[in-house]
Design a protein around this ligand. Sequence first.
Ligand code: NAD
Ligand code: MLT
Length: 528
Amino acid sequence: MMKILVTDGISQLGVEKLQKLEDVEVVVRNDLSTEQLLAEVADCDALLVRSQTKVQETVFAAAKRLKVVGRAGVGVDNIDVAAATRHGVVVLNAPDGNTISAAEHTFAMMIALARHIPQANATVQGGGWDRKRFVGVELQDKTLAVLGMGRIGSEVAKRARVFGMRVLGYDPFLTADRAKSLGVEQKSLEDAIAEADFITVHTPLTKETHHLLSAAAFATMKPGVRIINCARGGIIDETALAAALDAGTVAGAALDVFEHEPVESTHPLVGRSNVILTPHLGASTVEAQVNVAIDVAEEVGRVLLGLPFRNAVNLPSLSAEQTQELSPYFSLAEQLGRFAAQLATGAPDDVEIVYSGGLAHQDASFLTRTVIKGLLWYRYQDEVNYVNAPLMADSLGIRVREVREAKGKVFTNLISLKLAHGSGTVRVAGTLYNGFGPRIVEVDGYAVDAPIEGSMLFTRHTDQPGMIGRMGTILGDAGINIAGMQVGRRESGGEAIMILSVDKPIPKELLAELTAVGGIRVARGIDL
Ligand code: NAD
Ligand code: MLT
């Protein structure tokens, strides 16, 4: 039975999705201490969190069975993704479910900032009636700079256009077409912040975006600018913002997220009449919490069931279309890797993977991971998976190269693998035949055609009469049934290879018996 731990008050509708999976125990535990979390994850297969639970190296080290961590939300800064990758754990997020809520919260902050709504409310609630103090500004005809034009930034920009604002967008990945369709002017960071009346940030927090708005940036802004952060604490230097408010460069600021949460009463932005602070409420709507819980529960379920999934932050993402096109090749890629590793006489140090024909036009990075996973499987078994395979290859000093050949010579799609190891090279190639599954079609330059599955015997021998009969007798005497046979040779009487599909693994003693037969140079058992 698999165990799924759900923390941080994730919506019950997500929990119910998980409970519908077969053979699964779903444990809901909120407000766990670090020690309780370490004890609880020890036998878990999956962990679902929001932003409160810190999923660090110690958690991955304690959770030997953990396969996936699902984050009900976008930001994964509470999860050590590098540690997850080292431990071969998939990290998933739910990037779409709270976009509208976060965009609406940003807009609410902008209007509240323009019209002093929280401050005016506090005055009236306190028995006051001061109409002069709360004169605001209109949004119409003002300039808004949106830094980070992804999901939320784009939704904010759309709403701002409806309010009659001029919108400037700064994002290295914003295309001219996308900017045009959103009615946004593309700007450099410097120009966007220099021209804006309102600035809102919507990037992730990265090394590049840490203190994107710093003292130096505040110094170049229009006096009277208003600043909003509903993305991540740390994108704005909060001390520099306080200084800019003191200097009057910034007229007001609205923040939902902070460098250190929860915010302490001594924080330099607390207690100011021109600052609005909310406690990380961007995604706190009924709709967003249900959306992200359902999205992440579905994805976690797919990982546990071995089905294709989207939204992994430590794996290349594949669209549904790509998944459909490439998924038949996953098993071919894995089997080719396993086959080649078992033919090699030493550990590989260089791997070249050639994608020919239609595959040359695909993003094959996931197939490459799969080949590497297959290569390392013989030595590392379940320790290697899609997530950690490239990292493991790298740490073992294996160089991996992808080559694309648009013109397949014979096959519509072909994956060829060249493995260099200490004492030589191994070359194998495979394809998919409609209805016949993965086939191996080349071994070291010999053309063959065999299913690539189950147990096999591979030999290099001299092409002479009686060889196949002798091998058949040895296997027959050992009670090993032969299911299929393929021989390949370049010339009569020269060196030949043979691939036998057999019904059970070949014992080591039998391999020694085979190589004792004159003319058989190599006999290798292969299990896929
Ligand atoms: P997204 O990935 O769709 O968009 C982020 C955009 O930032 C991308 O377009 C990317 O190209 C851009 N970007 C990255 N580095 C940049 C840089 N150096 N300069 C300019 N642009 C850069 O993400 P999203 O879903 O729109 O989320 C945006 C932010 O909002 C994230 O930080 C997320 O964690 C946060 N968020 C907060 C709340 C909340 O509760 N307050 C809710 C949801 C999301
Ligand atoms: C997110 O990254 O999705 C938001 O910050 C909301 C949350 O923390 O749940």
